[in-house]
Design a protein around this ligand. Structure first.
Ligand code: DAH
Length: 351
């Protein structure tokens, strides 16, 4: 009997050594310790033994059962550790591998300039408004005091869609729209930025370009917008865009919607005003059109010129972007050349 028990023990130990999975272990547990196992059967039939043998064999069976159970538990622990080890091994990440490079885009220089202008004017209390690109003759010209017969109204210079509608030739149209929309609700302090179109057929001009337009109108008896306000505003604008050292020069000029009108030059950003090929050795570069809003324009758009005064200005965003970033050919702004555009990546990181 004792031999038999020891045999079972040895057999169990041998099998345990070869166990590889927890399922196999479960089966072994049933085989050696389960209700129907040899050892359990022995305990059940202890009664058949002699009085002397009974306690001895009973104790021995129990002891062997306990030993087998302990070994099974130990093996179970070993298998669990092995499983975890294998899992860790399998899911190991090599953190020294180089990462996959994600290609990132960058903001287009025009959008950079647009956002910068918007931020600047919003910080000075302006609203950013929009107007339609498909504009009426009325808002593009008539309400801006552009008399009939003015060259800008010529079919040769504008893209007319019908007799009445055209692709706007200037963002100045939004001045009239802003005044009509506000109807003597003062003050008006707006900028508008957007696409404009002209029928250009020479190689150096684009048929589509971008302009920014500004308009400020307020009461004469309180604020009294004057040329000094225009000058101060344009100085802040140009210095922010082209550098703090930029100087401005106001040259009397003519625009139908302003009186007096000025063209504004800035000191050449390339030579600082000394004279170079870019500024044709004058030291100055023309950038803006501006002036005090013409009384006729105020009147036509619902503002009494006896009570209100205002200033307006407009300029090409494309040119500003070129000056700001030293871009030599306007076509770069429109041809989506990745090599050109990716130069602006760095600015995203720097800013
Ligand atoms: N609209 C003019 C142009 O396209 C620019 C301009 C000049 C806008 C004078 C203005 C202004 O607001 O006051 O050339």
């Amino acid at each position: 009997m004792e031999d038999k028990i020891n045999e079972i023990k040895k057999a169990a130990e041998k099998e345990l050594e070869q166990v590889k999975s927890s399922n196999e272990l479960k089966e072994l547990k049933i085989k050696y310790l389960g209700k129907k196992s040899e050892l359990s059967e022995m305990l059940k039939s202890l009664g058949k033994l002699s009085k002397e043998e009974r306690p001895k064999i009973g104790a021995l069976v129990n002891e062997v059962k306990k030993e087998i159970e302990e070994k099974i538990n130990a093996t179970e622990e070993k298998i669990r550790e092995q499983v975890i080890k294998e899992k860790l091994e399998k899911e190991k990440i090599d953190i020294t591998l180089p990462g996959t490079k994600i290609k990132r885009g960058s903001k287009h220089p025009l959008n950079r300039v647009i956002e910068e202008i918007e931020d600047l004017f919003v910080s000075m209390g302006y609203d950013v408004v929009e107007g339609p690109e498909l504009e009426t003759d009325e808002f593009c010209f008539e309400r801006l005091n552009l008399p009939e017969g003015h060259p800008a109204r010529d079919m040769q210079d504008s893209f007319y869609i019908t007799d009445e509608y055209l692709l706007r030739t200037q963002t100045s149209a939004v001045q009239a729209r802003a005044m009509v929309a506000n109807k003597e609700k003062t003050p008006i302090r707006i900028i508008t930025l957007g696409k404009t179109y002209r029928r250009e057929d020479d190689a150096t001009h684009s048929h589509q370009f971008n302009q920014i337009e500004g308009l400020v109108v307020d009461r004469k008896d309180t604020v009294n917008i004057s040329l000094a306000d225009l000058k101060g505003t344009l100085e802040v604008f140009m210095r922010k865009m082209l550098g703090e050292k930029t100087e401005l020069r106001f040259r009397p000029s003519y625009f139908p919607f302003t009186e007096p009108s000025y063209e504004v030059d800035v000191t050449c950003f390339k030579c600082g005003g000394k004279g170079c090929p870019l500024c044709k050795h004058t030291g100055w570069i023309e950038v803006l059109g501006s002036g005090m809003v013409h009384p006729n324009v105020l009147k036509m758009n619902g503002y009494d010129p006896e009570i209100y005064s205002g200033f307006a200005f407009g300029t090409g965003i494309d040119r500003l972007a070129m000056f700001k970033y030293g871009i030599t050919d306007m076509r770069y702004l429109y041809t989506n050349d990745i090599k050109f555009l990716s130069q602006f990546d760095r600015m995203d990181i720097e800013n």
